[in-house]
Each structure stands twice: as structure tokens, then as C-alpha cells.
Design a protein around this ligand. Structure first.
Ligand code: HMH
Length: 201
């Protein structure tokens, strides 16, 4: 099984996470600023959690997966700076408490430390592929949201997700081991959009 097969095996969950009303509202410009600001501040926290998860994954990676993980880890550091700059320009407070969906997703990443490397790598690919498909669905996005759509739909990001996919397919694991964690990650993504869409800081 290739990891990309998981999208078809769990299509309902995939659609919920990548065609969410939050994303339609980014596309047509109807998303309230409060919902976007909630998403931004919570995603800033999430990216911090993801960076730490990815660094731990890099620490136990086989030689063949080091390059893609190291490049991706450095990109997350830059991404945090990018969030900070945007928040400063738009006067969005990033110093907010994590909401339950953010806490739960962070804990899920911590639990993946106990999964064997190929499973954890496939789940990192899942995290990133969800964002690629979600923001592609929102493309080109309305007004102020266009920068964010562009960020997760550019050729370099698409190429990165493809490199992760190749690395995940290249590390052997029984496909059936991936179904349950895949659904868990994708559901965490859907709940993250639900949370942001409510727009409470
Ligand atoms: C919730 N999923 C979420 N946030 C992100 N920034 C990504 C995936 C991609 O890095």
C-alpha cells in the first residue's frame, strides 16, 4: 500500500478535514476576522508542537529520511517567524491559551513518539498533505487571506509534501497499521477547523 491510498480508504474523514466551511469562507471572503485570528493564534501554537514532534522524529530517522525531515524542520522555524511578523502587522495577539482542539492535537503528536518510525513519518506526511489539500480547496482565497492560501499551495510546499510521501512509501510498514492513526490525525485536523470556525479566542 502507498500512503496516498489512505485518502481513498477514508474519504469521508478526508473531505471533512480538507473541504471545511472555514475554507469555503476563506475562498469567498465571508470568514469573520475573529475566526481567522483564532485560527492564526492556535495554529502558531500547533506549529510549535509540530516543530518539536518533527525534531524528535528526525532524531530517530534512518539515514534515507534525514534530509527531508531536516529541511522541513528548518522550514517550521521560519514559519513561526512568518506567523509572528503577520501577527504584529495585523495586531493579532499570539499569546493566547491553547484551545482544547489544539491541546488534543499536540497530545496526539506526542503519542506518535511511541509509534514505530514508518508510522510516525506517514502521519507527518498526513499532517502536511491535509494542509496542502485544504488550502488548495480555498484557493485563490479572498483579499487578506490570499497570503495564507499561497503559503500552503506553492510549488516548494507541494514538492515537500511529495518528498515526505516518497520517504513514507520508502520505509516499510504494514499498510493496515496506518489506518487508525491516519483517521485520528485527519479527525484532529477537522476538529481544528471546527474550533477556529467558532472564532473564540
Ligand atoms: C492544524 N495542520 C495544522 N496546522 C498546520 N500548520 C499544518 C497542518 C501544516 O503545517
Amino acid at each position: 500500500m502507498n500512503v496516498a491510498d489512505l485518502l481513498n480508504r477514508h474519504e469521508a474523514s478526508w473531505v471533512r478535514a480538507t473541504r471545511h466551511p472555514f475554507l469555503s469562507a476563506v475562498r469567498d471572503g465571508s470568514l469573520p476576522k475573529s475566526a481567522f485570528d483564532t485560527w492564526l493564534a492556535q495554529d502558531y501554537r500547533f506549529v510549535g508542537d509540530l516543530l518539536r514532534f518533527q525534531a524528535r522524529l528526525l532524531a530517530r530517522a534512518p539515514r534515507s529520511a534525514q534530509a527531508v525531515l531536516a529541511v522541513g524542520t528548518a522550514a517550521l522555524v521560519d514559519e513561526l517567524t512568518w506567523f509572528e511578523q503577520y501577527a504584529q502587522t495585523r495586531r493579532i495577539d499570539l499569546d493566547v491559551a491553547p484551545r482544547p482542539a489544539t491541546v488534543a492535537y499536540g497530545r496526539l503528536l506526542e503519542r506518535l513518539d511511541d509509534a514505530e518510525f514508518p508510522v510516525a513519518l506517514a502521519m507527518l506526511w498526513t499532517v502536511e498533505r491535509t494542509y496542502l489539500d485544504a488550502w488548495s480547496f480555498a484557493a485563490p482565497g479572498a483579499g487578506v487571506y490570499q497570503d495564507f492560501v499561497a503559503h500552503w499551495t506553492t510549488p516548494p510546499f507541494t514538492a515537500y509534501v511529495f518528498e515526505l510521501e516518497k520517504a513514507a512509501d520508502g520505509t516499510a510498514t504494514g499498510g493496515a497499521k496506518l489506518d487508525a492513526p491516519f483517521v485520528e490525525v485527519v479527525e484532529a485536523e477537522a476538529q481544528f477547523w471546527d474550533m477556529a470556525h467558532q472564532g473564540q479566542l
